[in-house]
Structure formats: structure tokens, C-alpha cells
Design a protein around this ligand. Structure first.
Ligand code: FES
Length: 62
């Protein structure tokens, strides 16, 4: 599913980057360009990254 239409960034791409060590929005934006055009996807992308980070901190704590 596309998170960012302008830059054609998908949730799968963001999940993969987070799995590869991107830890915050700025790093994901640097690699993908997400939210760098119209900016309408910023909240959605940021929420997704936070959700992934939260989920991975739970799984690494278990
Ligand atoms: S939808 Fe992401 S910058 Fe426009």
C-alpha cells in the first residue's frame, strides 16, 4: 500500500528500511524521499515508523 503517492513509497518499503536499521523519520525520508514533495503523507509515514519502532521494541524485550 502506498504511504506516499508523490514519491511512490510503500509501507512495505518503510518496514524493510526499519528492519535494516533506519530508526527515525529523517533516516527513512533520506532514503526514500517520503513526505518531501506535498507533505500530506508526513503524519501517516511518521505514525507508521513509530508503530514499527514500538512493535520492534516489544519483540526485542520479549
Ligand atoms: S504524498 Fe508524500 S509527499 Fe506527497
Amino acid at each position: 500500500m502506498y504511504v506516499c503517492i508523490c514519491r511512490q513509497v510503500t509501507d512495505a518499503e518503510i518496514r524493510e528500511l526499519c528492519g535494516d536499521g533506519c530508526v527515525d523519520f529523517e533516516q527513512v525520508q533520506e532514503k526514500t524521499g517520503v513526505a518531501s514533495q506535498c507533505g500530506k503523507c508526513f503524519e501517516r509515514a511518521n505514525d507508521l515508523i513509530e508503530e514499527i519502532r514500538h512493535a520492534s521494541s516489544f519483540s526485542s524485550a520479549a
